[in-house]
Design a protein around this ligand. Structure first.
Ligand code: HEM
Length: 346
């Protein structure tokens, strides 16, 4: 399978920092909070049963980062979408059974943009892990480990991933919509959603920093470019040069629905803190990103993180540990150990 998206055009604006790389891309409320999940996990969970786990996963993520770089941001997002729906239990990796009445999470509308490269990366990592440690390591732990690797490979922090997640037995598309944020959610809505997962306002700001890499389709910010809240004008909270550049690739009507733009218009491929500086300069693409720099509750942290990359890295590593602990399952009652991440154990 072709793993690299086709670069279709780049926008050249007079403003160098706004150069945008455009890419065509093929197309239950949690019973247990992050805090409870954290107590169930440990860094040395596989110390006896699969001591070389991190190296095995790294052999795949390193190769994927070079050969299919889209895998990086896509896997980080895959992990986020897994954790927020039924907890970090690999439920997003399940494929809908042919003939099944109910679709699996993966096929929900809100997951349709998750790039195949992410699923392929986890499948490949699982194969390598199974070849050395058969039947031992959960898909959920492999996903958490791979997401960390990609963050680090892109220049972000390296942190120890706590393990011990079992894979989940439930994967329903209908659980996705109420558990994921949308590009036009308000800060109040985001705070409420994150709180329902045991995550704080600060976690929201820090985890949103994952948008320092990766891409978004035009549909997620189109409303900000042309007719913001029925004004027939762009969102005043977006830099006018960025509006101009984005309009070139994202027309009001009839645009190519596969076109994407980088979240971080200054350093799109580096995992750094430029995302926060961009928000201060009105260069956020999603309304939710830009709102973090405008809301008085989140603005001070945006300022701090824009100034201090190390502070962002430390906070991000901690917040990923918290997010990675949402809804953790242990034992056969709620969990399973899949050999094939896309299929439940029968
Ligand atoms: C705070 C609320 C959030 C909203 C509203 C949001 C929304 C979005 C949207 C609309 C996209 C673009 C999807 C597409 O068009 O393909 C996206 C991409 C992405 N999101 Fe978020 N997101 C949020 C939080 C997070 C969090 C917490 C993480 C991880 C910790 C994350 C990681 C990513 C990554 C890495 C991408 C790029 C994916 C790629 O390039 O394949 N997001 N997000």
């Amino acid at each position: 399978m072709s793993l690299t998206p086709t670069t279709t055009s780049s926008i050249f604006t007079t403003f160098l920092l706004l150069s945008l790389l455009l890419i065509l891309r093929t197309p239950r409320c949690l019973a247990n909070s992050a805090a409870a999940g954290r107590r169930k996990l440990s860094v040395d969970y596989y110390a006896k049963s699969c001591p070389q786990l991190d190296q095995l996963v790294a052999s795949v993520t390193g190769m994927r980062f070079r050969e299919a770089p889209v895998s990086g941001p896509a896997t980080i997002r895959l992990f986020f979408h897994d954790c927020f729906v039924e907890g970090c239990d690999g439920s997003i990796l399940i494929s809908t059974r042919p003939g099944s009445k109910e679709m699996a999470e993966r096929d929900a509308h809100d997951n349709k943009d998750l790039a195949e490269e992410a699923y392929d990366s986890i499948e490949q990592a699982k194969e390598v892990v199974e070849s050395k440690c058969p039947g031992v390591v959960s898909c959920a732990d492999i996903l958490a480990t791979a997401a960390r690797d990609f963050i680090h490979l892109a220049g972000g922090p390296y942190y120890q991933v706590k393990k011990g997640r079992w894979d989940g037995k439930i994967s329903k598309a209908s659980r996705v919509y109420p558990n994921l944020p949308r590009a036009n959610s308000t800060i109040d809505e985001l705070v409420k959603l994150f709180a329902s997962k045991g995550l704080s306002l600060n976690d929201l700001v820090v985890l949103s920093g994952a948008h320092t890499i990766g891409f978004t389709h035009c549909e997620h910010f189109l409303g900000r470019l042309y007719d913001y809240r029925g004004t027939n004008r762009p969102d005043p909270a977006i830099d006018s040069r960025l509006v101009k550049a984005l309009r070139m690739s994202c027309p009001k009507f009839g645009g190519n629905s596969d076109i994407v733009a980088p979240f971080d218009v200054t350093t799109p491929f580096s995992f750094d803190n430029a995302y926060y500086g961009n928000l201060e300069a009105k260069l956020g693409l999603l309304a939710t990103d830009q709102a973090l720099a405008l809301d008085p509750r989140t603005q001070p942290l945006v300022k701090d993180l824009a100034k201090d990359k190390q502070k962002f890295f430390q906070a991000f590593a901690l917040a990923m540990d918290k997010m990675g602990s949402i809804g953790v399952k242990r034992g056969r009652k709620h969990g399973e150990r899949r050999k094939d991440c896309s299929k439940h154990v029968l």
